[in-house]
Design a protein. Structure first.
Ligand SMILES: Cc1cc2nc3c(=O)[nH]c(=O)nc-3n(C[C@H](O)[C@H](O)[C@H](O)COP(=O)(O)O)c2cc1C
Length: 209
């Protein structure tokens, strides 16, 4: 891998549990692959462009199989810049907490910006074709509660299924999830134990890239 895009969706910096796990992943990756560039985008602290009416009009033009006119192209500049940055990476790491059973809203804003027809997917006679091929994604999450397969709260995890669905839609189907949980519900001892467990999995995953 030459370039990893690290998309961060927590504003908590050094206090972030998610980023503690991600740090272990990145250290293992740079040991294994010292030439891999890391491009860091924090969607929770950087200001992302909001979707304007002109941008949304442009989306419907593309969905209709037509080209953007000059004015629409101009409005689409910020979207294209983010899409270029996304597509210039050949691997992805998403670091995100669970917020209200799903993803934090800045990550959703980012997804709404970049998942665009003609750029990341297209409709063909055979159905939808994802255009982001041959790229692996690792998603590191942390959650206050426990949503593991054996937990009664499993069905409340809308984070992992959603991220698998939306990135699978654009062709990224090789996705590894590392979920550190529970971070808040069972006290600090379990929290530390689960962070260490997740760090171990993160190092192993980085070694396979
Ligand atoms: C706005 C907000 C919503 C949250 N919603 C949930 C939730 O639905 N389920 C859960 O288990 N934890 C929830 N949490 C707790 C976080 O997922 C948990 O503390 C996580 O470890 C924070 O990650 P971070 O330290 O990397 O920011 C929420 C936290 C915040 C700030």
């Amino acid at each position: 891998m030459k370039k990893l895009l690290h998309i961060i969706a927590t504003p908590r910096g050094d206090d972030s549990r998610t980023l503690k796990v991600s740090q272990a992943f990145l250290e293992a990756l740079s040991k294994k692959n010292p030439d891999c560039k890391i491009d860091e985008l924090n969607v929770a602290t950087d200001t992302l462009p909001s979707l304007t009416l002109k941008m949304i009009d442009g989306k419907y033009v593309l969905l209709g199989g037509k080209e953007l006119n000059e004015k629409q192209k101009e409005a689409w500049n910020p979207i294209e810049r983010h899409i270029e940055r996304f597509l210039s990476a050949d691997g992805y790491l998403i670091s995100t907490p669970m917020w209200n059973f799903g993803i934090p809203y800045p990550l959703k804003q980012y997804i709404d910006l970049i998942i665009q027809p003609k750029y990341l997917f297209r409709y063909t006679e055979k159905g939808v074709e994802g255009l982001v091929k041959n790229r692996k994604m690792t998603v590191i999450t942390s959650r206050g509660g426990d949503y593991s397969p054996e937990s009664p709260f499993r069905a409340y995890d809308f984070e992992e299924p959603y991220l698998r669905a939306i990135f699978g839609f654009v062709g990224i189907t090789d996705i590894t999830f590392i979920n550190a949980q529970p971070m808040d519900a069972m006290g600090p001892e379990i929290q530390n134990e689960k962070i260490e467990e997740a760090k171990g999995l993160a190092r192993k995953t980085a070694d396979t890239l």
